[in-house]
Design a protein around this ligand. Structure first.
Ligand SMILES: [Zn+2]
Length: 466
């Protein structure tokens, strides 16, 4: 028996997680479209679901995690034409980069990372079935899902019919009978990637991809379906519609996935970013400056369902917290524990099992690392180390040795020095140009980096804030 509670987007409340098969938890999360470098939003989704999977692995003996790769998409086609490369070259390149960046964030490769192009045959079969059963129609070579054939459409996002239509009215294509109908299959031009199908040369729509791969690999119903909040409508509502109709279970929403989990948006304070590190929102730019574990921890700093405001001070704060814990781990370096020697005190279990409440977990962790008793005897030290290593397993942090960590900190500091010098230089220029509001802004950014500026008769001096 476990007390794991997760927030189910379908009921809009926290529910006790009851697995379909406690010996194998099955979870699917919508992965990236690989046509460009990953941005911070992609990274948040990957880190959040990797952490949820790690927690499930702590509780249950086996977890099967599937996260797909969209390697057929209009954005990939556009990019391939711009770069004069094949779609395959584009998607292969960015998939390789994505996986290597995820590794730096301590994100494990999912058990299955299916590519859409490998499942087109199955998608054709499923679309054929939906068409034969009267849930889809053919118009000008486009196969569309008929939303009116599924009266409970939109039950996940709980959008009113009017809002659904308004959402799709932006571009109501001529081939749609109803504006909210969505594409299952569309024709490809000769120079575009495509497959032969009963409806001619074409390619599947994105919503069919996830429904087909999740059903084929995990079998329905499976336990958890996840993704970014922006996918709730229409993507996830469309997946549910296809699956319920495909299985002829129009009234049983849970015949596809039992629990739906969505991670919140990342908000970028563009103004701030642009003036300091150069308006960076791509993960790769942060990984050049910061250790991936710092980025991971920063991405976990807000509750996974809440919006995350992405700022440099958040990253620096995350680094400081990790530094503090690595200092503790340095004190515990001589204490040897076994890999399976893990413990989760009740106080921590309550936090993690409460829909992954990491900030409450850190209130407890801060308390135990401040308690001198925990460092007095080897037994107490061992106990503390076991707890920290359990947290390491669940959150994917503390993966370095303290020695490695602080060496890296020196490198990062070198990077920081360059940034500080550049900011001071910019501020000097702003002051010369009497642009005092910019100068003030730059001073604030330096304060965020822990730097205090002193303007004197002999020029500008700076020192670290205490
Ligand atoms: Zn998806």
């Amino acid at each position: 028996m476990n007390n794991l509670k997760i927030y189910n987007s379908i009921s809009n409340k926290k529910e006790t997680f009851i697995p379909i098969d406690k010996n194998n938890i099955r979870i699917y999360a919508c992965g990236p479209t690989v046509y460009n470098y990953a941005h911070i939003g992609n990274a948040r989704m990957a880190v959040v679901f990797d952490t949820i999977v790690k927690l499930l692995r702590y509780v249950f003996p086996k977890v099967t995690y599937v996260s797909n790769i969209t390697d057929i998409d209009d954005k990939i086609i556009k990019r391939s034409l711009e770069e004069k490369k094949t779609c395959e070259e584009i998607s292969e390149t960015y998939l390789r980069i994505y996986n290597s960046e995820m590794k730096k964030l301590n994100v494990d490769v999912p058990d299955f990372q299916p590519k859409a192009t490998e499942y087109v045959h199955s998608m054709i079969e499923k679309i054929k079935h939906l068409e034969n059963q009267g849930f889809a129609y053919n118009k000008d070579g486009h196969i569309l899902f008929s939303v009116s054939s599924f009266p409970k459409y939109g039950m996940l996002s709980k959008r009113s019919k009017e809002k659904q239509i308004a959402g799709s009215r932006v571009s109501v294509e001529s081939y749609k009978i109803n504006p909210e109908d969505f594409v299952l299959w569309k024709p490809s031009k000769k120079n575009e990637p495509g497959w032969n199908s009963p409806w001619g040369f074409g390619r599947p729509g994105w919503h069919t991809e996830c429904f087909a791969m999740a059903s084929d690999i995990l079998k329905t119903p499976f336990d958890i379906h996840g993704g970014g909040l922006d996918l709730k409508f229409p993507h996830h509502d469309n997946e549910i519609a296809q699956s319920c109709c495909f299985q002829n279970k129009k009234d049983d929403f849970s015949s596809y996935a039992r629990y739906w989990m969505h991670n919140g948006f990342v908000t970028i304070d563009e103004k701030k970013m642009s003036k300091s590190l150069g308006n960076i929102v791509l993960l790769k730019d942060y990984l050049e400056v910061y250790n991936g574990e710092v980025i991971r921890f920063a991405l976990l700093s807000a509750h996974y369902r809440s919006p995350l405001v992405w700022t440099e001070s958040l990253i620096n704060q995350s680094k400081n917290i990790l530094d503090k814990f690595y200092e503790v781990l340095r004190k515990l370096e001589d204490i040897k524990i076994q890999r399976y020697d893990l413990i989760l005190p009740k106080e921590l279990e309550v936090c993690f099992f409460d829909d992954l409440n990491i900030s409450n977990a850190f209130v407890y962790l801060n308390k135990i690392i401040r308690n001198k008793e925990n460092f007095k005897t080897d037994k107490n030290k061992k106990n503390l180390k076991k707890i920290l290593m359990t947290v390491s397993n669940i959150l994917g942090i503390f993966k370095h040795s303290p020695k490695e960590w602080f060496n890296e900190k020196i490198n990062t500091s070198d990077e920081n020095m360059k940034i500080i010098e550049a900011l001071i230089q910019k501020r000097n220029v702003a002051r010369e140009n009497k642009n005092f509001s910019l100068a003030d802004d730059l001073r604030k950014q330096l304060t965020n980096l822990g730097v205090e500026i002193q303007d004197g008769p002999k020029g500008v001096k700076w020192k670290w804030l205490n």
